[in-house]
Every structure is written in structure tokens, then in C-alpha cells.
Write a protein that binds this ligand. Sequence first.
Ligand code: CA
Ligand code: CA
Length: 145
Amino acid sequence: MEQKEFLARLDQPRIVEAIGAAESRTSGEIRVHVQPKAGDDIRNVAEKTFERLGMTKTNLRNGVLLFIASDENQFVILGDKGIDDRVPAGFWDRIAAALTIRFKAGEFTEGIIDAISAAGEQLRTYFPHETDDVDELSNDINVSD
Ligand code: CA
Ligand code: CA
């Protein structure tokens, strides 16, 4: 789906709100990024975006990026080093599998919100919310052309 149409179908305020709610349960920082295309190596492109957005600079290295290539109907979920060091392999698999189904059904907003919420739930075990929490990364959806 063309990026413009994809973005028009997203209920962005609800997604931003879901990120805030998830981040009230965990110190992990969740971001959503949308761009039209990623090409063959979406993971590599997502990793570069992760760095470009300053997501490797969180205190506990616990940023999570949901990277979406809207034209290609593809996405990838990436966690920073602090998460990879602590969580079991395949930590994101169930969330990604559920989101794949939602994307196929065209349920973009609901799918993304559920993924964010599930990510927050899973992260809280390893990265509980702290009373002196700082919002280290913006909850707004990042969009690039
Ligand atoms: Ca935070
Ligand atoms: Ca945040």
C-alpha cells in the first residue's frame, strides 16, 4: 500500500497513546517508523534507521523499533543490545507472527497497537518501569520518504 494511504489509515494518536501506555509499564522505549520501501534487506535498513534515530543511546540500551515498509507490506521488530543480552531467543517472534496476520487482514492500527502492548508486557519482566523514568525517545511515529 502506498505510504500516503497507509498513513491515512493509521490512527496515529491511538498508536502514540499505546506507546505511552506500554512505556508506563517498562523502562524500554518503543518507536514506530514508517517509510515506503526497504528493499531486499529490510533488517539492515531497519538497523541503520535504529541508529539514525538515536535509538542506541538509551541508558539501558532497551529501545525497540517497529520498522514498517508500507509499500512492501513488510515490517521488522528490532531490539537494542540491552534487550538481546537478557531475553530468550525468538523474543519477538510471537508478536511479529501476530502482526503479520493483522497486516494481511489490513488491520494496521489494531495490529500495531497490539504489538506495542505485547512488547510492553514482555519487556516489563526484564526492564521494569522505574519511578524516575525519563521518556528517552519520542513516542511519535517517525515517517520518512
Ligand atoms: Ca522511558
Ligand atoms: Ca518513549
